[in-house]
Design a protein around this ligand. Structure first.
Ligand code: AMP
Length: 288
């Protein structure tokens, strides 16, 4: 379904950066049409480019543990656009012991969302660093998380496609509890072996564990917010704050729903097919 656009000219990330960065500082700047309404972006407006002239700008939605990071990262490698996960930006900030670190630790460990102001400033910083390295386009994972964030994003750039990954809640909890990260290479693994029987006409789901190579085995760590209590709270907050985004993007005609049929071996080829990317590599080499 998705209109996959080809890439040539870099997206003006500096515009996004200016827009995003102005979000906190510009809280007092009035909206042009109504001097009493403040705009998070002040008077900045991004130059909107035709999708055929720039890299893809996609968003991945889905509950915690659904696999947004896995599939967004694979697509980022395939398409050559950065995968930007705001959860990773938050964890980097936590690890840096910077000024925000203590405040963020409490919020993240309770499964709550950090403020729009903080998340937008972290995202702006990431986009600017990417732009300096010549990156353009993006696959956003974990942003937007609220209607307010979506409206802010919509105010500065055009999102081409929103992919909503779906799995039953019981699978999501098992997946989060089985998630492990190699503290050295940063790669994600999963020790859970999932076998959920089909119900009410829906097919069952089986997912084999995604085990690390032997050199990562002794360095595996669990995310501090992947405890059962916090995962349940994150799912509750997702349903309350993030699920409305599905309707928001559905109404804009940008939403692609994708029910994951199982683990990576079953899901990846089907996702590529749904995105019209199943023969992408052949098309690229033919065009080269
Ligand atoms: P994730 O890895 O996407 O599950 O994110 C981990 C944590 O980072 C979340 O539970 C939130 O506390 C925070 N976070 C990540 N992205 C956002 C966002 N867009 N808005 C608010 N908080 C976020």
């Amino acid at each position: 379904m998705a209109a996959i656009t080809r890439f040539s000219k870099p997206l003006a990330l500096s515009h996004i950066r200016r827009c995003l960065c102005s979000s906190s500082a510009a809280a007092a700047v009035s909206d042009e049409s109504n001097p009493h309404v403040t705009s998070p972006f002040g008077n900045y407006k991004i130059t909107r480019r035709d999708p055929s002239e720039r890299n893809v700008q996609w968003v991945f939605l889905g509950s915690p543990g659904v696999g947004k990071g896995t599939y967004a990262s694979r697509l980022s490698n395939l398409l050559g656009v950065p995968h930007i996960a705001t959860g990773d930006l938050v964890r980097e900030e936590l690890a840096s012991s910077g000024p925000l670190s203590k405040q963020l630790t409490e919020i993240v460990n309770q499964g709550k969302l950090v403020s729009d102001e903080i998340i937008i400033s972290l995202l702006a910083e990431r986009l600017e660093a990417g732009e300096a390295k010549g990156q353009s386009g993006f696959i956003l994972d974990g942003f937007p998380r609220t209607i307010n964030q979506a409206e802010i994003l919509e105010g500065v750039t055009d999102i081409d496609l929103v992919v909503n990954l779906r799995l039953p809640e019981s699978v999501l909890i098992e997946k989060c509890l089985g998630r492990r990260i190699c503290s050295q290479c940063g790669k994600n693994f999963n020790v859970a072996s999932i076998n959920v029987k089909g119900q009410n006409g829906n097919p069952g789901i089986s997912m084999a564990p995604l085990l690390p190579p032997s050199h990562c085995m002794s360095k595996l760590v669990t995310r501090s917010d992947d405890t059962e209590k916090v995962v349940k709270e994150r799912l509750r907050i997702y349903n309350e704050k993030s699920q409305p985004l599905e309707d928001y993007y559905l109404n804009k005609g940008k939403l692609m729903e994708f029910d994951l049929p199982g683990g990576i071996p079953e899901s990846w080829p089907k996702l590529l097919e749904a995105l019209n990317l199943d023969d992408f590599e052949e098309r690229q080499s033919a065009a080269a």
